[in-house]
Design a protein around this ligand. Sequence first.
Ligand code: S3P
Length: 450
Amino acid sequence: MSSHGTPIPMTSQACGALTGSAAVPGDKSISHRALILGALSVGETQISGLLEGQDVLDTAKAMRAFGAEVTEHGGGEWSVKGVGVGGFAEPDQVIDCGNSGTGVRLIMGAMATSPISATFTGDASLNGRPMARVTDPLALFGARSFGRAGGRLPMTVVGAEAPVPVEYKVPVPSAQVKSAVLLAGLNAPGKTVVIEAEATRDHTERMLAGFGAEISVEDTAQGRVITLTGQPELVPQKIDVPRDPSSAAFPVCAALIVPGSDVLVPGIGLNPTRAGLFTTLREMGADLTYENERFEGGEPVADLRARYSPDLRGIEVPPERAASMIDEYPVLSVVASFAKGQTVMRGVKELRVKESDRIDAMATGLRANGVTVEDGPDWWIVTGLGSGNVPGGATCASHLDHRIAMSFLVLGMATQSPVRVDDAGPIATSFPIFEPLMAELGANITRDNV
Ligand code: S3P
């Protein structure tokens, strides 16, 4: 089922060369953070290029419920009049974060050190995901939480009356957990320290510095040590959201597997904590180049040019790269199906607790379409069939997961028989213009009559 409606089944079938320019929407991670930090600053933050996907719209609505004035001006321009650190009001309604783990976990962090309570819920996918990874560290600040068995939503978080700063070593590689702790640390007096053994996306750290917080990052033998001084006055910013590398992954990967394709994806954020997929694709022999490399708003940006690559080779993806491409494994497994040899993906246990169990969702769908996939608790191996040799022909379940739906639609662009997705509705959470953008490039994706 779509997050908020009836299922939207779609079928993708072999198409001619994909060509042209694909302007993908703004970065989802940065969009959530821009709204939340805007709401915690004093004055008006202006945001351009905000992702207007459902996940981010749910965060915008939540920020209003906590007292911020969030205004849409059209064309991706938004403004947020913040209430200041510690200024959140208690919402008088349940906060529905829809499908978004990032939304709910970051917002829980942001409110956990204020003397208010809030009740959070989401769709069936989000209500099945683990929240203890966030509520455990928030308890160290003095916050309490009351959820369903297994630490699941719906859940009420009672913010700490007298928060204390914490030192916390993040036990799983998760930017959401790291960010929740940092956002909670904003309203705790003194220094909050977060240590992460493996570097995860660092948008929160960068943006906190931009908003004027005192924050330092040190690489040590234990990992990255992030130190934040609590109770700053955050200064409103002008934020230009770069285009999302995780969304760019879909037209890029489609171009690599569809014969004759040549696609330009302009203005993509290439923060090294996000760009692991592109490095991996190049190691597999992809014809993928960075053009016009530049810096925008403190983030490295380039135009990506992807061309059909008939001689892709399977590789072993270094496990230490996992965090920098964690959302891209589903579409990588599609590209791997068209490569020669095995693509081995290890150290990816986190894929099992995303919007769906992404290893299981992709392995099941790829097998149904004629690809051999082996998998274990934290690894999977795709045995590629080579360009043009993937049978296709099956229906795949998207499990309320946007990236699973888009990955299988990309698969169908180069299989011998069409690939059907049972519900492509969740795509609207992160990439609402996926259908017209892909059609413009030449893809043949149709909505099924239901
Ligand atoms: C995100 C962090 C990642 C990622 C998600 C966005 C973020 O989740 O999968 O899509 O914006 O912080 P984890 O923190 O669970 O790894």
